[in-house]
Design a protein around this ligand. Structure first.
Ligand code: SAH
Length: 366
């Protein structure tokens, strides 16, 4: 029986070079193929005009260049766009584009669901189905770029954040090549600092990432002490705050003073009191950071409530008094459930509602 075809989007340049060498081809075929796939947005090998006919036929026999079908594209009142992509018969993931005045951020998913069970996150509440493949991760950028008309000359996407569904560092093996393709000149050509990996604190993989990729790092902290963080981010029982901040220190030393983003979701009465802000200020003195305060976004079934606006302001001011660079993340796309922590890839529900799922051809707005 013939093996399942290999998807070229599963490989970064180094991986593709090995594939082409194995085929008896030259190494440079890898960058040529990447140019077709990522710059030209061409998935049909027949169009790879600088490849010989024989090579094109050989590729068509054993390989594919494939992205997931789009199930829906929703556009928020504020311009935020959310795509639901079908990764297999029972799973779908969400990708969100957030346009701002001077930049456009793409929020990419790394897993279907998540194992970490952070108590205030909708993705955690959904459980864990599986890791995404490298192709399924990089295809989110591919599809968004195609839909938005993003090109090397007209860069609609300026930043990529691995802040969608899942814990990227729990799927390190597949996430790393995707990060490489995002930053490769023959891939999407993003500057290192414009690609951010966000983690709940998987310390061994923060250390590994430090060795492997010069990307930006965001830490989902959410609490200044272990007792409280254990409740919000259960992973803290394994890697506590001190251990986590130690690995962050190594990370910034290696990256020559790049600031680490600290994400802090503000939940009413839980972690938004002045004492929390003071403790956070003291805790972060040791590290070059910028704090991103995220007003909690509610989702069905949660008992948590968003902090009151005056408490968000109070928290921000205390952080600033401690000398921390502090911003409040604007809630975007909540009318289409695209805000932080609201991504759940509701595909399973859809299959229950209707047996046939309409896929939408790329380029058509639903
Ligand atoms: N697992 C990674 C990637 C998820 S990023 C991580 O934990 O960093 C999504 C960000 O939104 C994280 O900082 C997460 O803690 C935060 N978040 C999750 N649920 C939220 C909610 N309901 N409201 C606001 N922020 C939330």
């Amino acid at each position: 029986m013939k093996d399942a075809p290999i998807n070229l989007l599963d490989y970064d340049r180094q991986g593709l070079e090995a594939l082409f060498l194995e085929m008896g081809e030259q190494r440079f075929r890898a960058s040529q193929a990447m140019k077709w796939i990522y710059s030209e947005q061409q998935l049909d090998f027949a169009a790879f005009s600088n490849f010989s006919k024989t090579l094109r036929a050989q590729l068509a026999d054993d390989y594919i260049a494939q992205v997931p079908d789009m199930i829906s594209e929703k556009v928020s009142k504020d311009g935020t766009v959310k795509w639901l992509l079908k990764v297999d018969d029972v799973n779908a993931v969400e990708t969100v584009y957030i346009p701002e005045k001077n930049r456009g951020t793409l929020c990419v998913s790394s897993q279907v669901g998540c194992t970490l069970n952070c108590t205030f996150c909708a993705t955690g509440a959904q459980g864990f189905n599986r890791h995404l493949t490298t192709a399924e991760i990089i295809a989110q950028v591919w599809v968004a770029a195609k839909q938005l008309g993003h090109t090397a000359q007209d860069r609609k996407i300026t930043n990529i954040v691995m802040m969608g569904m899942g814990e990227p560092l729990a799927n390190y093996k597949n996430v790393l090549p995707a990060l490489n393709i995002m930053r490769d000149d023959f891939g999407f050509g993003f500057a290192n600092k414009r690609v951010t990996v966000s983690t709940a604190g998987l310390v061994p993989y923060i250390n590994q990432l430090n060795q492997d990729a010069d990307v930006s790092l965001a830490i989902s902290l959410h609490a200044p002490y272990d007792e409280l963080r254990n409740q919000l981010v259960p992973l803290n029982k394994k890697y506590n705050i001190a251990t986590l901040l130690d690995s962050c220190k190594n990370f910034v030393q290696n990256k020559r003073k790049a600031r680490i983003t600290i994400e802090y979701t503000l939940i009413d009465g839980m972690n938004d009191l002045p004492e929390h802000a003071h403790a956070l200020g003291k805790l972060l003195k040791q590290l070059p950071t910028k704090i991103n305060l995220i007003p909690f976004n509610p989702f069905p079934g949660t008992a948590f409530k968003q902090s009151k606006p005056q408490n968000i302001e109070r928290f921000k001011e205390i952080c600033m008094k401690h000398g921390l660079i502090t911003t409040v993340r604007k809630t975007r796309g909540d009318d289409i459930d695209a805000a932080c922590g609201q991504l759940a890839g509701d595909f399973m529900d859809r299959t229950r509602r209707s047996a046939t799922i309409k896929k939408i051809p790329l380029g058509v707005v639903a």
